[in-house]
Design a binder for this molecule. Structure first.
Ligand SMILES: Cc1cc2nc3c(=O)[nH]c(=O)nc-3n(C[C@H](O)[C@H](O)[C@H](O)COP(=O)(O)OP(=O)(O)OC[C@H]3O[C@@H](n4cnc5c(N)ncnc54)[C@H](O)[C@@H]3O)c2cc1C
Length: 292
């Protein structure tokens, strides 16, 4: 590993000032689970690491204006076990609980998981289906970016040099809604997904038809993706075998997987259709339970 300067700012403003001062030489470090590996492999060689560990105001999980706000430094484990998250968005707690091992979940952070932008990660898929937004700060400015517009390519996001992810806000689902996250991982329980799907279903007042549904897919494209054409088929649909098959087929047209050690592109495309069906069935059941 190359030698580097290690900075430990105490406030967000100090962290942002260090990032501006050191420009391309600087890299933020949060949990370090991805960055340290990349440094060991010499994929990145920052001259200055700006640690977020001691920065006040970046951690914590809050309910704010009906939304859940996850501070960027919140660990995956904290989201997984949070009573607030379990009550308001149980699918989010379940998703973070499916990441790797408990050791990794104690280190990896909400902000690091987004900024790293590995398309095989779990949380961005569910956050995208829940219409979450990333809060981004730079010296003298702040913006919010919907997760559907946050990822650009493999390991690439809209973050500009000098910007920090400071939080993620997750709006509530409409009434009579349910959500599910399914992760297909045929090798071992702590592996990255071969295909993953997050789905939401909102029922009409009678509970028979789907008013609206959202589908986000992971591990099958350069970024997590919303399957908009597949979602369109759900509106006013009755969620039976025929519709599930049609939605799964439509989702296959919206992916662009790589052939790798987890499977061929063709296999992942087929598994996308299967997993979309499973996620929707589970979300549908959860929505029915919400109606009772
Ligand atoms: C063995 C192993 C298995 C894993 N398996 C899975 C899995 O199955 N599913 C899954 O979802 N994840 C998995 N992960 C975790 C995931 O791949 C990332 O390592 C993790 O989410 C990164 O979070 P971090 O806080 O450690 O980020 P870091 O390693 O600290 O940083 C990662 C990147 O994000 C930048 N960064 C960090 N925080 C911010 C911020 N607030 N604002 C701007 N930039 C920031 C850093 O500069 C760096 O470029 C696994 C990790 C390991 C090591």
């Amino acid at each position: 590993m190359n030698s580097f300067d290690y900075q430990t700012p105490r406030t967000i403003d100090e962290a942002l000032a260090l990032l501006s001062e050191h420009g391309d030489e600087a890299r933020v470090i949060a949990g370090g689970t991805a960055l340290v590996t990349m440094m060991r492999q010499r994929l990145v060689q920052p001259g200055c690491l700006v640690s977020l560990r001691d920065v006040e105001g970046l951690g914590g999980i809050e309910a704010s204006k009906g939304e859940i706000r996850l501070g960027a430094l919140t660990t995956h484990r904290e989201v997984e076990v949070s009573p607030l998250v379990k009550e308001r968005a149980p699918v989010l707690a379940e998703t973070y609980g499916k990441v790797a091992t408990v050791r990794i979940r104690h280190m990896a952070t909400v902000g690091g998981s987004l900024a790293h932008a590995d398309p095989n990660q779990d949380p961005p898929v569910t956050l995208m289906a829940l219409d979450a937004k990333a809060e981004i700060r730079r010296t003298g400015g702040r913006r919010e970016v919907p997760l559907s517009a946050f990822f650009r390519d493999y390991y690439e996001t809209v973050l500009e040099p000098g910007e920090l992810v400071t939080a993620v806000s997750v709006p509530p689902l409409p009434a009579a809604s349910g959500a599910a996250y399914v992760k297909f991982l045929p090798r071992s329980a702590e592996d990255y997904a071969t295909v993953s799907v997050a789905a939401t279903v909102t029922l009409d007042t009678g509970g028979e038809r789907c008013r609206e549904g959202r589908i986000a897919l992971g591990s099958v494209a350069p970024t997590p993706v919303r399957a908009r054409a597949a979602e369109a088929l759900l509106a006013d649909g009755r969620l039976d075998e025929r519709l599930l098959r049609a939605v799964g087929e439509a989702a296959k047209g919206e992916v662009n997987p790589l052939t790798d050690h987890r499977g061929s592109a063709e296999y992942k495309r087929e598994m996308t259709a299967v997993m979309v069906g499973r996620a929707l069935s589970q979300a549908w059941e959860a929505a029915r339970r919400a109606l009772r």
